[in-house]
Design a protein around this ligand. Structure first.
Ligand code: AMP
Length: 360
């Protein structure tokens, strides 16, 4: 079976690493000459709106999936005429736009911060008056890793901020005084069967994920599964979906969904029976899902900007390096490591050893 992937970054690369043993082959559509997934499959180097190359991709593959949600809606609509695309165009339309996403949470009764649609500075001033400060202004689309957003703490922060974010449609959200951030990675098959990985605790620095620790018997697991199920069933979703939540007042508030494999699920490669990457491929290909059970304790650390010396990373006990083969650049995710252990105290010590290798 040949899988077409829109996007050729590290998520595409890890999909191919998981699917190749299942007998799958891959073609990646990505305009970047140095797309790091290209080492694992065919690289169609073209723009996402290039219909000749989209048609070529559709002709060559059995189905198409994607590794980022900012794929233009027209691209998915065009491809869908010729080849199955999972997850659906509708799932993508909602997940790529914070307004549609939060409106869906509200309709489904999933708690989320107060929010308002912002089309002008006047809208922003009115929304700040209604929601209060602190608040967070985010572009409705194309934001990632903390980009395209600004925390507004005092009245001066509000002045001219709509223009500062590019005068594009935005969303104002109430600031959540969270005690923690967690994500739930789920997979739903074509027939609706759904499986969940354990909730993961995430630590971000400057909006970028740094550390994910898979939890054991988290008291909010069942509640998170309920919220995620509502979204999956509403969208008749097929594939892996990640749902990020704030932990607040002993409950959960929805932050955002990603209609794809997710950074907070990388630990599953070594830490779960079947990884998020393999399960995504199983789901979209109509194959039986694999077990999401955790194998002992696991944590994942991102390497941002550069990968530490390989020999030092892999010298740490039960530490698994993933070097994405990307050029090193400040603020760019260029690799990660997963550490495993039988108990939490040892895991924490291994995490500290990896952190000691990370500069800055
Ligand atoms: P996002 O791109 O929406 O996931 O935001 C990136 C990070 O900014 C989150 O992981 C949080 O640490 C922080 N953040 C985003 N929205 C809020 C909010 N409404 N209240 C408090 N912190 C937030």
């Amino acid at each position: 079976m040949k899988i077409g992937v829109i996007g050729g970054g590290q998520l595409g690369r890890m999909l191919a690493l998981a699917g190749t043993p299942l007998g799958m082959s891959f073609a990646f559509l990505d305009p970047a000459p140095d797309a790091c997934a290209a080492a694992l499959g065919e690289h169609l180097r073209a723009d996402y709106s290039d219909q000749d190359h989209l048609r070529q991709l559709a002709d060559e593959v059995d189905l198409v999936t994607f590794e980022f949600e900012s794929v233009p809606a027209e691209t998915v609509a065009f491809l869908s005429q010729f080849v199955p695309v999972y997850p659906s165009a509708e799932a993508l339309r909602i997940a790529r736009d914070r307004w549609f996403e939060k409106s869906m949470f509200k309709e489904l009764g999933i708690p989320t911060p107060e929010f308002a649609d912002i089309q002008s500075q006047a809208d922003l001033d009115a929304a700040v008056a209604a929601i209060g400060l602190p608040a967070v202004l985010k572009t409705r689309t194309l934001g990632y890793d903390g980009k395209g957003q600004k925390v507004l703490r005092k009245a001066e922060d509000v002045v001219g901020t709509f223009a500062e974010l590019g005068s594009v449609p935005c969303l104002l959200e109430g600031f959540v005084p969270f005690t923690g951030e967690v994500s739930l990675v789920a997979v739903r098959a074509r027939d609706g069967e759904t499986r969940f990985y354990p909730l993961v605790h995430n630590t971000h620095v400057n909006g970028i994920l740094c550390l994910s620790i898979a939890s054991t018997a988290h008291p909010l697991q069942a509640l998170a599964e309920d919220y995620v199920s509502r979204v999956l069933n509403t969208l008749d979703y097929v594939g892996v979906l990640a749902f990020e939540f704030f932990e607040v007042d002993g409950g959960l508030k929805a932050n955002e969904i990603a209609p794809r494999v997710h950074n907070s699920g990388h630990w599953t490669i070594e830490g779960a029976e079947c990884s998020q990457f393999e399960n995504h491929l199983r789901a979209v290909a109509g194959l039986p899902l694999g077990s999401t059970a955790k194998l002992g304790e696991s944590a994942m650390l991102n390497f941002i900007g550069e990968v530490p010396a390989v020999e030092q990373v892999i010298a740490i006990d039960d530490c698994h390096l993933h070097h994405y083969g990307k050029a090193f650049k400040v603020g760019r995710k260029v690799g990660h490591a997963t550490v495993r252990s039988a108990d939490r105290a040892t895991l924490d010590a291994q995490v500290a050893k990896v952190q000691a290798l990370i500069k800055g």
